[in-house]
Design a protein around this ligand. Structure first.
Ligand code: KIV
Ligand code: ZN
Length: 516
């Protein structure tokens, strides 16, 4: 059986995280994040929901092929077709897991599934058996366990363990539970299920009441040995438990927890920045562990204390979670080999030599504008290259913006739409407004702008600005990103990136809305 002193960290950034509106990722982006998670020594990486679309299948397959040190997992409903598709996507994994689920709460069974409890048990058992035909490593989730009846949960879990499930996941799907209550649920399940010792208990908490981390930790205190979480707490609605919070709480409070994770915590900040850069979901400055202010001591009293003795005001060190590792790496005179070597260290591998050439060219252009190129600049650059190779229909050819005191800003730009160049011009209340209107005069996307945000990637006035644009059309939400030392150019890149997505292929299936 598994080691009771070890807490398994199951990262679902690429699956539940991707369910955040606008956070969808390409295959290349998922592989980049998966490599960063592997480098951090995450135990299990849930890479997606293979039956959702061909794109999702390809992404799970690519992650399964390239990740060697972490288990790669694919989600499936308790349906033969879902399970077989997940099995197929994971075929080449060094270690592959199928995660199958069905809802067990009265409200989900009656209103969503329209199934009786007996039918749910039967379907759960059938799904686990089917999954065992593909792999020995099968996880079963009782969706909405947080609002399910304890007796029924015991019955379902006992049956799926007999059918071959090795991990039993207890999701608080709607973030309804309170820590003392959720911990008690885990304790009772472990006590009452006769074959409980044959499986690892896992939890998956959503953050609707801001309690996802607290609930997960309470479960660990009561014997859960796997926590499902995401980088930066990304995920459906208010998100999932944040990996960095769970891991650092367990690591810092070893006086309370009787288990440890196997993670290299110095990789946490890198992973956080990568996920934020790729998804366009900025990290709030006061976010625990990974927020820009998490280790900043503003008040004089605190600074004085920290200088005299760090532990007066700090319970962890910034270095332990990877702050201050964003050292200056390359400059204008750095050659191709140094560039490639640093990318490899960061886990960035391009599929083709052409992409590497493109990246190197962009790096030289950036180094001309900016003396010091930091790791975060390289991550943004890699995102730019993968977006450019992502069959973008609309590309920026040129842009001229006039902004002068007392005058109305004006933008003139040329876009290439499906290869044909088209000019556009507009005035606006500011340069960004003018540029977006000029672009829209050509694209006619009809999308509504939900969010426009600018962040500085590194410090200094020569830093690249990283812009996120969120657009909505017909209920579909997408995020676009762009980075440049000129923030107006970064803004138009982000706008075009979002337009390319919104005009792209239709949505894929959502795992938790379909019928079983
Ligand atoms: O929140 C949830 O219940 C899920 C399951 C699919 C595990 O994401
Ligand atoms: Zn979830």
């Amino acid at each position: 059986m598994s080691n009771p002193k070890r807490l398994i960290i199951f990262d679902t950034t690429l699956r539940d995280g991707e369910q955040s509106p606008g956070a969808s990722m390409t295959k290349e982006e998922k592989v980049r994040i998966a490599k960063a998670l592997e480098k951090m020594r995450v135990d299990v990486i849930e890479a997606g929901f293979p039956v959702a679309s061909q794109g999702d299948f390809d992404a799970v397959q690519a992650v399964a092929e390239q990740i060697k040190d972490s288990t790669v997992c694919g989600l499936s409903r308790a349906l033969d077709s879902d399970i077989d598709r997940a099995g197929e996507a994971l075929k080449k994994a060094a270690s592959g897991r199928i995660h199958t689920f069905i809802a067990t709460s009265p409200i989900h069974m009656e209103r969503k599934l329209r199934m009786t409890p007996d039918q749910v048990v039967e379907q759960a058992v059938r799904a686990v058996r089917r999954a065992r035909n593909h792999t020995d490593d099968v996880e079963f989730s009782a969706e909405d366990a947080g609002r399910s009846e304890l007796d029924f949960l015991c019955r379902v879990f006992e049956a799926v363990i007999k059918a071959g499930a090795r991990t039993l996941n207890v999701p608080d799907t709607v973030g309804y539970n309170l820590p003392h209550q959720f911990g008690e649920t885990i304790r009772q399940l472990r006590e009452r299920i006769p074959n409980a010792d044959q499986a690892v208990f896992s939890v998956h908490c959503h953050n609707d009441l801001g309690l996802a981390t607290a609930n997960s930790l309470s479960a660990v205190i009561n014997g859960a040995r796997q926590v499902e979480c995401t980088i930066n707490g990304l995920g459906e609605r208010a998100g999932n438990a944040a990996l960095e919070e769970v891991v650092m709480a367990v690591t810092t409070r070893q006086d309370v927890f009787d288990c440890k994770t196997g993670l290299d915590t110095t990789q946490i900040v890198n992973c956080s920045r990568l996920v934020s850069n790729i998804t366009g979901f900025a990290v709030q400055p006061n976010k625990a562990i990974v927020g820009a202010n998490a280790f900043a001591h503003e008040s004089g009293i605190h600074q004085d204390g920290v200088l005299k003795h760090r532990e007066t005001y700090e319970i962890m060190s910034a270095e332990d979670v990877g702050w201050k590792q964003n050292r200056m790496v390359l400059g204008k005179h750095s050659g191709r080999n140094a560039f490639r070597a640093r990318l490899t260290e960061l886990g960035i591998v391009f599929d083709t030599e052409e992409e590497l050439n493109d990246a190197f060219y962009r790096f030289k252009e950036l180094a001309d504008k900016k003396h010091e190129i930091f790791d975060d600049d390289l991550q943004a650059l890699a995102t730019d290259v993968s977006m450019a190779t992502d069959n973008e229909r609309i590309k920026l050819v040129s842009l001229k913006v006039c902004s002068e005191t007392g005058e109305t800003p004006r933008a003139d730009l040329v876009l290439a739409v499906d290869g044909a160049e088209e000019p556009g011009a507009a005035i606006g209340s500011g340069p960004v407004d003018a540029v977006f209107k000029a672009a829209e005069s050509i694209i006619n996307s009809g999308a509504q702008l939900l969010l426009f945000s600018v962040n500085s990637i590194t410090s200094g006035t020569d830093a690249q600005g990283e812009v996120t644009v969120r657009l909505e059309k017909g209920g579909r939400i997408v995020n676009g990103q762009g980075a440049d030392t000129d923030i107006v150019i970064a803004a138009v890149k982000a706008y075009l990136n979002a337009c390319n997505k919104i005009l792209g292929p239709a949505e894929r299936a959502h795992p938790q809305t379909g019928d079983v």
